[in-house]
Design a protein around this ligand. Sequence first.
Ligand code: CO8
Length: 261
Amino acid sequence: GAQYEYLIVETKGEKNNVGLIQLNRPKALNALCAGLMGELGQVLDDLESDPNIGCIVLTGSGKAFAAGADIKEMEKKEFSDVYSSNFLNNWTRLADTRKPVIAAVNGFALGGGCEVAMMCDIIYASEQAQFGQPEILLGTIPGAGGTQRLTAAIGKSKTMELVLTGNKMSAQDAEKAGLVSKVFPRDQLVDEAIKTAEKIAGLSSIIVAMAKEAVSASFETTLREGLHFEKRLFHQTFATKDQKEGMNAFVEKREAKFTDS
Ligand code: CO8
């Protein structure tokens, strides 16, 4: 595979159907510099166009998932620079990924790091993980979803507390609040994420994509519109071979063989 400066990319799973992306900029606690985000975009393009890959796992290294946007890169920028260049606009690439992405948050997920985790579909955390939006301590505010996705995940009061104080939230509290779906001991985290990713990758990729699209729509729209969208996608599953196969396999008491069609 391609070599990256800031990432380690591997395929995992018995059927090599899981793409594992490890952020690998340990000197800076995986601060999300322009080079790293550029590479991440490239890898996501590659994994999305690879028909063998059904699910993606994104993790960090050392004591950090990612300690945020690169403060040293931002420090001297003026309003005119960041506005004119639409600074960090390319971060939306991750949120636009159609294949499911599981964040395996091993340590600090702060600022942009927490926002990157929230762009993923499922967050697993290690017992040592810590989440936070400390931008306020730097004289700025979250800029990649921290005020929006976090509110959707844990509600107003907890979000306000994190965003207004810059305090960190433990993995255990993040799980209780609903930001994180499961917490694991550090040495099991990535394996557990890969196990879940393998399960997803073994299902019908076309139906998985529809399911992701339907859940994602709930964050973008009214309940009425969302329910309508869900119902239409549900109807559309009946246009696939995989719906016929899935239901027929149940009736015949055998395992389904999905063909992604
Ligand atoms: N940017 C650049 N360098 C960093 C960052 C960062 N975010 N975080 C850590 N580093 C560097 C440190 O400067 C240090 O480098 P050096 O060895 O050269 O001094 C190295 O990583 C190790 O860090 P520490 O010595 O500080 O390690 P500690 O274990 O003492 O502390 C912490 C760990 C608590 C994580 C601490 O490093 C910290 O507070 N980091 C900053 C966290 C933060 O404020 N993050 C938010 C950044 S702002 C942001 O993310 C805005 C997002 C907006 C996105 C908009 C997109 C559209």
